[in-house]
Design a protein around this ligand. Structure first.
Ligand code: TRH
Length: 376
């Protein structure tokens, strides 16, 4: 089938990250995908080759072209349209499809299945809203129907993105080799922590704890906002308390932007993963290692309820909930230990048992493809 997927990049990497992953997964299953995106620059490192057309089955197109009458008149009609995260398809694009076909053609080329792919949440409303219809009441597509499509963590949702070859990739993975290829040396007894975050208020507290811990720690800090914040906090600590890492228990490596494949490898190579947003959270679940999530903050603090729903879903132990409250600035900063070594194994168990349950569910791509076939 031919798919048109639409993505507008709001900020950060999540919108394009999820849309790209879906495109790549569909193409791996033999589908033909056009990705219309208003800012594709992130793909240069997230999916090397994507912009050059070297991913067979996926064509990346500038959003602006979705209003270009000449291009539109030459497009093959897609069976499915997917709007990523509430972005709205250009009226010109819709009109072109609605007006282009004569009545006879319309019979051969039915209206596209039109999905609005929503943000991931473990909250109860997701099950209620998944699959709801939204009839189009005006404009050239009047009479057509859009469906809300909710990813999620239960059988009554659209599921989670998970490529079919993920278990084989994980089985083949060798952490030591991968770290070595990145130029990272893991010292004996060293615990590896990945850091992908916004600006957690207790980061300096965590750094200080790790610097005095008897277990040596190596932080692998991702590029962009996370790297900038970690560097800033370290600069501040150096100024205030130059001897804060005197014991050298803490080592830090700053990573370049990684491809999505390598981002997975990072999570698989570490003993504990700090992740943020939604896509990296799902990848950290698949990694099956203890994880700490910095949720994307919303102005009305709606993310507090969303965070609790996730922690309930993974049946998080009390100590992990406490750390999440602090890492996300929901609870005021308290002095003391953030990472209690004895507790970390229990955090890993809650992630692993959730992963085992989630692996039994059909993944998002399988479910969308089934939905599309059923509704054609
Ligand atoms: O970047 P994010 O914070 O994205 C956020 C959230 O999705 C949020 O809900 C949304 O509203 C906001 O963007 C606009 O976190 P997320 O969702 O984990 O996406 C990160 C993506 O970046 C993910 O696909 C992994 C990828 N990535 C790499 O491929 N390489 C890297 O080096 C890094 C750091 C990330």
């Amino acid at each position: 089938m031919q798919w048109d997927i639409f993505c507008r990049v709001v900020d950060n990497f999540g919108d394009i990250g999820v849309c790209w992953r879906l495109c790549a997964d569909l193409s791996a299953r033999g589908e033909q995908v056009r990705l219309w995106v208003d800012d594709a620059s992130t793909l240069e490192w997230m999916a090397p080759g994507a912009l050059l057309g070297s991913w067979s089955g996926v064509q990346v197109l500038d959003w602006k072209l979705s209003t270009d009458p000449r291009l539109l008149s030459s497009l093959s009609a897609a069976a499915i349209w997917i709007e990523g995260f509430g972005c709205e398809i250009a009226p010109e694009f819709i009109a072109s499809r609605a007006h282009s076909a004569s009545d006879i053609d319309q019979m051969c080329t039915p209206n596209p299945i039109w999905l609005n792919l929503e943000y991931l949440s473990a909250q109860a409303y997701v099950e209620r809203s998944h699959g709801l219809q939204s009839p189009i009441g005006h404009g050239p597509a009047q009479g057509w129907t859009k469906h809300f499509y909710y990813p999620g963590f239960s059988d009554r949702t659209g599921g989670l993105l998970r490529e079919r070859d993920l278990p084989q990739r994980m089985a083949r993975f060798n952490a030591q080799d991968w770290l070595h290829a990145q130029g990272i040396v893991r010292k004996t007894r060293e615990r590896m922590l990945s850091v992908f975050c916004y600006e957690p208020p207790v980061l300096a507290q965590l750094l200080k704890q790790l610097a005095t811990d008897t277990t040596p720690t190596h932080l692998l800090v991702t590029s962009g906002r996370s790297g900038a914040f970690v560097r800033g906090e370290i600069g501040r600590l150096n100024g205030l308390q130059p001897s804060w890492n005197m014991r050298k228990s803490l080592s830090i490596s700053y990573l370049p932007p990684l491809s999505q494949h390598d981002f997975d490898h990072l999570l698989w190579a570490c003993d504990l993963n700090f992740v943020r947003g939604e896509d990296s959270l799902v990848r950290a679940l698949w990694a099956g290692k203890p994880l700490v999530w910095q949720i994307y903050p919303q102005d009305d603090a709606a993310h507090h309820t969303k965070l609790t729903a996730f922690l309930d879903m993974i049946n998080a132990p009390v100590s992990l909930r406490r750390l999440h409250a602090q890492w996300n600035g929901i609870e005021p900063t308290r002095s003391g230990t953030l990472l209690v070594q004895d507790e970390i194994a229990a955090w890993g168990e809650s992630v692993k048992s959730s992963r085992d349950r989630l692996l039994k569910m059909d993944d998002l791509t399988t479910q969308i493809m089934r939905f599309a076939r059923k509704n054609r």
